[in-house]
Design a protein around this ligand. Structure first.
Ligand code: CA
Length: 221
């Protein structure tokens, strides 16, 4: 079972990884905000342990972005001791549980196991739009029943279009979700990605509303 640990404190990270590994978990470690965001959105994790104070992009923003992008991996948030505001903000952003620092690894393990039990009881959903079907847990997309080979960014883009099916998304809006920035370079990259996706699927799979943006129609099958 693979976990993501996002923690920039080297001592806490080392100690926690050793403890989790001893329990049989495989652990990917991220110490930077942007790296955490990317791994959490594209990786296949049973759960994520997320420190809120990360360099580059704070944990709450990362969590909000994941949830907005349809990432439903259970998240255990590590907060500063006594900071009840952080806990409230964390739950509102989509955290499943929290643990105040400093924590004992036994408590981390107990909470983690409870989180994994709860998520195992939740059925995995697929979503469909147009001729696309997406399986968020497996990170797979089919088009007309055929499995697509997608890069992580292409997956993110398709996932966004399917989640927002029926709505026209501007290239800049797509760029900010898919690439985390919304400048002209990112916008051009989005346009190139749309062209690649059309080649991989069908020229009509993603509609262009000239002057506005892109859209996958809100019809299944
Ligand atoms: Ca920190």
């Amino acid at each position: 079972m693979r976990l993501l640990l996002a923690e920039d404190d080297a001592d806490i990270a080392r100690h926690t990884i050793a403890r989790l590994a001893a329990e049989g978990y495989a652990v990917d470690h991220a110490a930077q905000g942007p790296e955490t965001w990317d791994l959490g959105e594209t990786g296949d994790y049973a759960a994520i342990i997320l420190d809120l104070g990360l360099p580059g992009m704070d944990g709450l923003s990362i969590l909000k972005r994941w949830r907005a992008a349809g990432v439903n991996t259970p998240v255990l948030v590590l907060t500063a001791r006594g900071s009840w505001m952080e806990r409230v903000d964390g739950f509102e952003a989509g955290a499943d549980d929290y643990l105040p620092k400093p924590f004992r690894s036994e408590e981390l393990l107990a909470r983690l196991k409870a989180l994994l039990r709860r998520s195992a009881a939740t059925p995995v959903a697929t979503r469909a739009a147009g001729r696309f079907v997406i399986d968020d847990a497996a990170k797979r997309v089919t088009f007309d029943g055929r499995m697509l080979e997608l890069s992580p960014q292409e997956y993110r883009l398709v996932s966004l279009l399917i989640r927002e099916r029926g709505r026209v998304l501007s290239p800049l809006e797509i760029a900010s979700h898919v690439q985390g920035r919304d400048d002209d370079t990112a916008k051009n990259a989005v346009e190139a990605m749309i062209a690649r996706l059309r080649r991989k699927t069908d020229p009509d799979a993603i509609e262009t509303r000239r002057g506005f943006g892109y859209c996958v129609p809100d019809t299944a099958g």
